[in-house]
Design a protein around this ligand. Structure first.
Ligand code: FES
Length: 153
């Protein structure tokens, strides 16, 4: 399904702007909102491109830059921090060779920090794309990353 077909699934009303942007980003293989998508949304909703950019740029959940196939979002809120998030974050940086906000050279992973993911019972935790991971340890982190890389552990 191309971008225009995807957009046409929503009513042509500005109230649906966030829903449309979510849907487009979720189905973009680099998990971002390319200019052509924002242009198509502006035309469909009959609003200016700058208005669409304004919304896409305001919310941290949207990215205007291409991201990795796997978007790793690590919780840095208090409960996770007191239960070991910092060593997990440092381990991720070391294993991936990137800082927060960066994408690995192979385009596989983007590392981001986020506020509470709503899984405090299982702290420390992270999300990779739509999948939640809790009770993280160095060992479980290795297994998760290796599985996504297609490496047996
Ligand atoms: S503080 Fe990390 S999930 Fe709530």
């Amino acid at each position: 399904m191309d971008i225009k077909d995807r957009i046409r699934r929503f009513p042509p009303q500005r109230d649906y702007l966030l829903n449309i942007l979510h849907d487009l980003q979720q189905h973009d293989h680099r998990q971002h909102l390319p200019r052509e998508a924002l242009q198509a949304v502006a035309e469909y909703l009959n609003i200016t491109l700058s208005a669409v950019y304004g919304v896409a740029g305001y919310y941290s959940m949207f990215s205007l830059e291409p991201r990795g196939k796997y978007l790793i979002r690590v919780c840095k809120s208090p409960v996770c921090c007191t239960r070991g998030a910092f060593p997990i974050i440092e381990a991720l940086k070391e294993k991936l060779g990137v800082e927060a906000g960066e994408t690995t050279a192979d385009g596989l992973f983007t590392l981001e920090m986020t506020e509470c993911l709503g899984g405090c019972d299982g702290a420390p935790c992270m999300m990779i794309n739509e999948h939640h991971y809790g009770g993280l340890t160095a060992g479980s982190l290795n297994r998760i990353l290796n599985r996504l890389k297609g490496v047996s552990s």
